[in-house]
Design a protein around this ligand. Structure first.
Ligand SMILES: [Zn+2]
Length: 99
């Protein structure tokens, strides 16, 4: 089973994060607390991206590809997953695409 080494802690953390972001996204969309429109829009964009990242990670947990780099197919470093649980790229590939 490919998902054997994905701890339930990771899944739980992702689900919690997803729940939080979805709630924040809803609150953000419906509230009109006088904040600048541009700021609200960039926040909504960030929340939407975060929700998508969490969903993507959970999907990879389900199909057994979580922790595998989507670019080079190698294992993503454990330390990196700890800091960035939603990442789908290893440190090397991330560095390469960021440049
Ligand atoms: Zn890679």
């Amino acid at each position: 089973m490919a998902t054997a080494d994905v701890s339930t802690d990771v899944v739980r953390a992702l689900e919690k994060e997803l729940h939080w972001y979805s709630r924040a996204q809803k609150a953000n969309g419906s509230s009109d607390c006088g904040r600048a429109q541009a700021a609200r829009e960039s926040e909504t964009g960030f929340l939407r991206a975060s929700v998508a990242a969490c969903e993507g990670a959970l999907e990879r947990v389900e199909n057994g590809t979580y922790g595998t780099c989507q670019q080079c197919g190698r294992r993503i470093e454990k330390g990196r997953l700890k800091v960035l649980p939603t990442t789908d790229r290893c440190g090397k590939c991330a560095k390469r695409t960021e440049q």
